[in-house]
Design a protein around this ligand. Structure first.
Ligand code: F6P
Length: 358
């Protein structure tokens, strides 16, 4: 008998179901003697022992369905060692659930925070195998996370739609793309959607340069300008502040997000009408794109192989097109950011895209 627990944690994304289906299909190809405990709403289900007993049938027909059949929630890593309102030690509670159910392995699908906790559970002696999910693509150790390409598709479609209306009205449009800490989705959707200016957290911008880029377009006869701006885009001035100072400044910010701040500044300086579009959580919703379905299925099958071979303590990953495994201890706590010196940035610059910095 093989007993596995499974949970999805953190913000959802497309292809979570596809990945779980891959794991389960992989395991059932080896044996029918399996018990699957699906923990509800992420680590919460493991802490409070809330789960459903699932079978192969539950994972059938979910390849194309977004979201997660298990539900998810954010359980911040930094609070894992802080007892809950009833004094429950969350880490001990998770270990207790695992041992009570006599699990052979816990399968965790998640992003950065999720991996810190998964690694903690590994250090506490649990058998853990993880899969890299997040639209942000910021998980260290894998070239790609599932969810990323689907989010890029959604954000690109938004920019595509903005093009026609921006042209009709000779406006400046800001499309605010998800990504507080990293700009992967913004960079890829910006290039794919033909944005003229791309602002990323990794490349602090200078508003003068942004205004110059807009003016250059105007002078050359282009009636509109589209900016793809990451949620975490930051000015050079703000990037020079300490983390604490910047946090304080954000608390006092009168705008709902960075796009609104930049819009007001551009409108004041360029005299052109500025509009903002925020696709928001649509970027995490809907059906996974074919690339993500393939990636999630491959990663799921690879996770099943690890479980079957009793190789625990790894995240399955994709590197140079091949599926591989990375020790959890190496993944936890590291962020994969866009490298400002990478070739994709240089190529984008060659095509005339401004990053607002030069
Ligand atoms: O999953 C990561 C992410 O999509 C970020 O890009 C975004 O800023 C954040 O989640 C928003 O998450 P939520 O509103 O669900 O807390």
């Amino acid at each position: 008998m093989l007993r596995i627990g499974m949970l999805t944690s953190g913000g959802d994304c497309q292809a979570l179901n596809a990945a779980m289906r891959g794991v389960v299909k992989g395991l059932y190809s080896k044996t029918n003697d399996i018990e699957i405990y699906g923990f509800k709403d992420g680590y919460k289900g493991l802490i409070y022992s809330e789960f459903d007993m699932l079978t192969a049938k539950d994972f059938s027909g979910i390849l194309t369905i977004g979201g997660t059949i298990l539900g998810t929630s954010r359980q911040p890593f930094k609070l894992m060692r802080v007892p809950d309102s009833n004094g429950i030690d969350k880490v001990e509670a998770m270990k207790h659930t695992y041992h009570k159910l006599n699990l052979d392995c816990l399968v965790v699908l998640g992003g950065n925070g999720t991996h810190k906790t998964a690694n903690l559970l590994r250090e506490e002696g649990l058998n853990v195998v993880t899969l890299p999910k997040t639209i942000d693509n910021d998980l260290w150790g894998t070239d790609m996370t599932f969810g990323f390409q689907s989010a890029v598709d959604v954000a690109t479609t938004t920019i595509d739609c903005i093009h026609t209306t921006a042209t009709s009205h000779s406006r400046v449009f800001i499309v605010e793309v998800m990504g507080h800490k990293v700009g992967w989705v913004t960079l890829h959707a910006g290039i794919a959607g033909g944005a003229d200016i791309i602002l990323l957290p990794e490349i602090p911008y200078d508003l003068d340069k942004v205004v110059q880029a807009i003016t250059r377009r105007k002078v050359s006869g282009k009636k509109f300008t589209i900016l793809a701006v990451a949620e975490g885009a930051i000015s050079k001035e703000d990037a020079a502040l300490t983390k604490k100072e910047y946090k304080k400044k954000l608390e006092k910010r009168k705008y709902p997000s960075i796009a609104y701040e930049i819009a007001e500044q551009i409108q004041a300086r360029c005299g052109q009408e500025v509009r903002i579009t925020v696709p928001g959580h649509t970027q995490r919703g809907g059906s996974p794109c074919p690339y993500d379905r393939v990636l999630a299925t491959r990663l799921g099958a690879a996770a099943a192989q690890l479980i079957w071979n009793k190789e625990y303590g790894y995240m399955v990953a994709i590197k140079s097109g091949e599926i591989t495994k990375v020790p959890l201890g190496e993944v936890a706590g590291k962020l994969k950011c866009v490298d400002p010196a990478s070739s994709i940035i240089q190529e984008a610059r060659w095509t005339g895209i401004s990053f607002g910095d030069e």
